[in-house]
Design a protein around this ligand. Structure first.
Ligand code: SF4
Ligand code: SF4
Length: 314
């Protein structure tokens, strides 16, 4: 609804209020404001849908990093459709948005990038999917058609609609900023597997077939380094069950906990008690690690899930 008492605000009960058109910045548009607010909800998670202003503190600087993560999500969702400039935010945060590099999810280890990746993961699930993506695609079609009609002598928001990125055979988009990275052939998520004759497949695309010479898509990642990651031993999993027959149970009783009917590795804060807390992430009992950990394959489905939970991968 339009409400002259606010600029943009949610009540936590399903209503988004936005100021009347005359109170907005001249280059603002309603679509961008709705989109920006939904990007906030992606960062804050499903619980935020029931909190006023997504649970954010707009009075102090406490949530500035979360605002930055929101702006990274906004750029990352708009980019493949050629809408990054068209759906740019206004207000003070425009400076941050405009200063983002071609890849809004760089640098990879930035905490706001990790928050943004978690938010982008939510965009692929209800209640955001499929509606948010459908709305963006429809917006892109309208913007592309309208930009053809704009009067060249008059400046228009429709002048900044860019061509969409090419589609990758995997179903993702081809990211121009990975053009020099070598494509599927150098990607951490390419693997060789069946059924039948083993061929190159993509872990990100539900094991769809790829070829090493295909260009890099938006989910391309360089070779994984477990010592820099540790996601599987950190917050990605709450519990690692082990068998009572494993040598660790008798040799390192300080690292195991007895539960009704099973054993599990003890936690220390948000990570396995056997993990060195600082990078590089080293397992202190690696030669004796339980079977659950031995079965965990780098670059496998569980590895991808663990990295997604921590915002290390899309
Ligand atoms: S995630 Fe990697 S292997 Fe999969 S399509 Fe993208 S670049 Fe290719
Ligand atoms: S197996 Fe995967 S999730 Fe675990 S540390 Fe290695 S790269 Fe990270």
């Amino acid at each position: 609804v339009r409400d002259e008492r606010v600029y943009a605000s949610t009540d936590g009960q399903g209503t988004l209020s936005i100021a009347p058109q005359g109170a907005l910045d001249r280059d603002d548009c309603l679509a961008q404001m709705v989109f920006h607010e939904l990007c906030h909800s992606l960062i804050e998670g499903p619980e935020s849908l029931r909190k006023p202003d997504w649970g954010l503190d707009n009075e102090t600087g406490r949530d500035v990093p979360r605002e930055h993560a929101c702006l990274r999500v906004q750029a990352a969702l708009a980019d493949p459709l050629g809408l990054r400039r068209f759906l740019a935010p206004t207000t003070d945060f425009r400076l941050f948005y405009d200063a983002l590099s071609a890849n809004p999810l760089a640098p990879r280890t930035d905490a706001t990038v990790q928050l943004a990746r978690i938010g982008l993961g939510r965009a692929t699930r209800p209640p955001w999917a499929p509606f948010l993506h459908d709305a963006l695609e429809t917006t892109a079609r309208i913007a592309a058609a309208t930009s053809l009609l704009s009067e060249p002598s008059l400046p228009s928001l429709y002048d900044v609609v860019d061509p969409p990125w090419p589609r990758h055979p995997s179903g993702f988009s081809v990211a121009p900023y990975y053009a020099r990275e070598g494509g599927c052939g150098t990607c951490a998520w390419r693997f060789v597997g069946g059924p039948g004759r083993p061929v190159d497949r993509c872990r990100q695309a539900d094991s769809a077939r790829v070829r090493p010479d295909m260009p890099a898509c938006e989910r391309w990642e360089p070779a994984l380094n477990c010592l820099e990651c540790g996601a599987c031993c950190r917050a990605a999993y709450d519990s690692v069950t082990i068998s009572g027959r494993e040598s660790l149970v008798s040799d390192r009783p300080d690292l195991v906990v007895r539960r009704p009917g099973y054993w599990e590795l003890r936690r220390s804060g948000d990570h396995c008690a056997a993990l060195a807390e600082q990078q590089p992430f080293l397992c202190s009992v690696y030669p004796q690690r339980p079977q659950t950990c031995r079965d965990f394959a780098r670059g496998g489905n569980h590895c991808l899930t663990a990295r997604r939970r921590l915002g290390l991968s899309l």
